[in-house]
Design a protein around this ligand. Structure first.
Ligand code: NAD
Length: 479
């Protein structure tokens, strides 16, 4: 196995990054590009031994990093952000080659946001202080103490963006990190290790281990020296991680799947509502927040569907490296199987494909809209994680709310209406971590982010991230 591979001309180290050194493994796993199925390289396949080494490195580096003055930690995080900015082109093309998401959004949206993750949490750290307060002449001083080594486990649909959304606040808080990226998109995490080292992050503060979750995951999440586990991924994996973490009562933050609704009321700006619906095919539908259930008020359903089909037909599906492409491939042949399984079972049960309903060439799935579905069907209740939407109609706010809330998820919801008062009434009744009114995907890093019900446990973002990654301590001093 060669230690470095060239991906679109960028050299990527395929080994782990532990204690400031590149470490190989005896085994490897193959990493393929979803664009054409080509083999990108063999990646180090870690297991319990690598997990142990990485946690040990994080534990050893913790006292030094935790006591590094905040201003110095913030300076290094800014240097990491600068390093990301310098490498935006490289990071963007490697990510696109590895996970198939659009190059133009990696270039202009995602990678600048990766840099912003570091700057934002570095700056937020410096403002993080509670006022002291008094109790019968005694002062209370609340401090945000670093918690210790953190295990961060991330998915493939937005690899570096989701990883740094955890890495940045964990490091800012004074913690050390073991990052385990998804095995279907392992490459940019390795580049992040390079960027962090160049920025002067001390050895062992950030460690990156590669491998299958089932092989390296348990050893990481059940480790007694790990003080926090933050996981973004699917509900079944989250349940396994929660069980593993229970051995040490390690605090968990879980950002999981969704089956979010887009409610379109008859008084909505219909063009806007259609645009919001079409946006749900972004990243080939592989977005946790995607509003995959279109709920449309009866009087406008026909016109909405007509305009929606017109717009979707104009979308260009193809190579994600081309500027003109709107929808790229899906991540993996197994994911494609899963998507098609959902669609074919729904069609067999009587659903109607208004558009799509089948695979395209290679690893592409045709953007699909299914109607004539029932609320208790799998296609309405389960997360597909592909370019597949359902459309149901409703009459009035009560039915809209009933349908919207009737799943085991509660990640997000979007409401399209021209009536502000209706928006307030409806959003108050929705079960969701984020609700957008007449917009979608507007995200501020200071807002709490997470899901209700089985969409997650806890919130991250702004102060909420530091709530999770710190041990809060109250010191009471006598007069
Ligand atoms: P997944 O649960 O299969 O894997 C996620 C990560 O967990 C991977 O790194 C994997 O290797 C690791 N893993 C697997 N088994 C493990 C174990 N036993 N112990 C420790 N780690 C283990 O999820 P996925 O298919 O990579 O990602 C898609 C899912 O992620 C979807 O459900 C999507 O909605 C969700 N997601 C949620 C958010 C959010 O912010 N709420 C964001 C993006 C994706």
């Amino acid at each position: 196995m060669s230690d470095n591979i060239s991906v679109a001309g960028v050299s990527v180290d395929t080994r782990h990054w532990i204690g400031g050194r590149r470490i190989a493994s005896a085994g490897s796993f193959a990493d393929h590009s979803p664009i054409d199925g080509s083999l990108l390289g063999e990646i180090a396949r870690g297991g319990p031994a690598e997990a142990e080494a990485a946690v040990a490195a994080a534990r050893d580096a913790f006292p030094g990093w935790a006591t590094t003055p905040r201003a110095e930690r913030a300076r290094i995080l800014h240097a990491i952000a600068d390093g990301v900015d310098k490498r935006i082109e490289e990071l963007a093309i490697v990510e696109t080659t590895d996970n198939g998401a659009l190059l133009r959004s990696h270039r202009r949206g995602v990678m600048p946001r990766v840099a912003h993750n570091f700057r934002f949490f570095a700056d937020w750290l410096l403002r993080l202080d509670h006022e002291d307060f008094e109790t019968r002449g005694h002062t209370n001083h609340v401090s945000w103490d670093p918690a210790g080594p953190c295990v961060l486990i991330t998915p493939w649909n937005a690899p570096l963006m989701l990883a740094t959304w955890k890495v940045a606040p964990a490091l800012a808080a004074g913690n050390t990190v073991v990052l385990k990226p998804a095995e279907w998109s392992p490459l940019t995490a390795s580049l992040l290790a390079d960027v962090a080292a160049e920025a002067g992050l001390p050895a062992g503060v950030l460690n990156v281990v590669q491998g299958y979750g089932s092989e390296i995951g348990d050893a990481l999440t059940s480790h007694p020296d790990v003080r926090r586990i933050s996981f973004t991924g699917s509900v079944p994996t989250a349940k396994r991680i929660a069980a593993s973490a229970a051995a040490n009562l390690t605090p968990l933050s879980l950002e999981l799947g969704g089956k979010s609704p887009l409610l379109v009321f008859a008084d909505a700006d219909l063009d806007l509502a259609v645009d919001l619906a079409v946006e749900q095919y972004d990243n080939a539908g592989q977005v946790c927040l995607a509003a995959t259930r279109l709920l449309v008020e009866e009087p406008v359903a026909e016109e909405f569907t007509r305009r929606f089909v017109e717009k979707v037909t104009a979308l260009r599906q193809g190579d994600p490296r081309d500027e003109g492409t709107d929808i790229g491939p899906n991540i993996h042949p197994r994911q494609l199987e899963k998507i098609d399984g959902f669609v074919q079972r729904a069609l067999a049960a009587g659903a109607r494909a208004v558009i799509g309903g089948q695979r395209g060439d290679g690893q592409y799935y045709a953007p699909t809209l299914l109607t004539d579905v029932e609320q208790d069907w799998e296609i309405v209740q389960e997360e597909v994680f592909g370019p597949v939407l359902t459309l149901q109609t409703f009459a009035g706010e009560d039915e809209a709310e009933r349908l919207a809330n009737d799943t085991r998820f509660g990640l997000a919801a979007t409401v399209a209406t021209g009536d502000r008062e209706r928006a307030e009434r409806v959003t108050a009744r929705l079960v969701a971590g984020t609700v957008w009114v007449n917009c979608f995907f507007v995200r501020d890093l200071q807002a709490p982010f997470g899901g209700s019900r089985q969409s997650g446990v806890g919130r991250e973002g702004g102060t909420w991230s530091f709530d999770f990654y710190c041990d809060l301590k109250n010191t009471v001093t006598a007069p």
